[in-house]
Design a protein around this ligand. Structure first.
Ligand SMILES: [Mn+2]
Length: 264
């Protein structure tokens, strides 16, 4: 009804503003990629930010790609699991977690996994780098299976595909335009770039996603991208949402120290 009214009135009426239901608060965190240092600082900052605001039912959503590329994926998974034991933390499966799980079962996936940052993930577990360098693919799988606790594999296997809260839809990579949010293919949710990124029309909710790196959080009318390339830029971004309000918390490494910036 509102959209028909808007069509009728044309540009005279402002676009409706996406909202989180009253009494709730959400923090969405972009691709962490093994940066346990940034993640730890951001956890502390989100806890402090949440405590400083009025009491709310708060949900944290990690948008996926917790692992690979950066130096301490094992540490990121440990911190994510600890945090989930203390408050509601929902975690999405990114394309890197998908490859991680597949690589442990299929030798044909292990090679590409290692080239896209999986090597760093394996070496964040107690695997001897010299033994790793000498190993062929089958032996790498054996080393990985011996070093990675089953609890970590079970934890990652339980990551979710998408989360809907109020007028926001949280996914790792994006959605395919023209398909209802409830009917999306998992491959698109985890891997898509175009035609999602350049699509200008409404998706049915504001899509909050990671996966595609931008220098600064990418605020569009129909989507918000918050992958600021933590593993190479040293910046890990969280988006806070409450009612129609949005704010950013950014953990930033410089000169060996991590500081967190908050922007409205
Ligand atoms: Mn990704």
């Amino acid at each position: 009804m509102f959209s028909r009214l808007r069509q009728f009135l044309g540009a005279a009426l402002p676009a409706p503003t996406a909202a989180i239901p009253a009494g709730q608060r959400v923090y969405a965190v972009g691709d962490i990629h093994g940066r346990a240092d940034l993640f730890e600082a951001l956890i502390a900052a989100i806890e402090a930010d949440d405590a400083a605001r009025r009491p709310a039912a708060t949900t944290v959503i990690l948008l996926g790609d917790l692992i690979d590329r950066g130096p301490d994926s094992a540490g990121v998974l440990r911190r994510a699991r600890d945090w989930q034991q203390r408050r509601p933390v929902r975690i999405l499966m990114g394309n890197h977690e998908e490859m991680f799980l597949a690589a442990l079962r299929k030798p044909s996936v292990m090679g590409p996994f290692l080239r896209f940052g999986g090597r760093e993930t394996l070496l964040s577990y107690p695997i001897d780098p010299a033994a790793y360098s000498r190993a062929g693919i089958e032996e790498v799988i054996e080393l990985a299976q011996a070093a990675i606790p089953q609890a970590d594999i079970d934890f990652v296997s339980g990551f979710e595909d998408q989360v809907m809260i109020g007028d926001y839809h949280f996914v790792h990579a994006g959605v395919r335009p023209g398909i209802a949010l409830g009917d999306q293919k998992i491959g698109d949710l985890r891997w898509i770039r175009e035609p999602f990124l350049d699509h200008a029309d409404d998706f049915g909710a504001v899509v909050v996603h990671g996966h595609t790196i931008t220098d600064r959080p990418d605020f569009r009318t129909n989507r918000i991208g918050i992958d600021t390339g933590a593993y190479s830029s040293g910046r890990l971004t969280a988006l806070g949402l409450e009612g129609t309000t949005r704010w950013l918390l950014t953990a930033e490494a410089s000169d060996g120290a991590v500081r967190v910036r908050t922007e409205d």
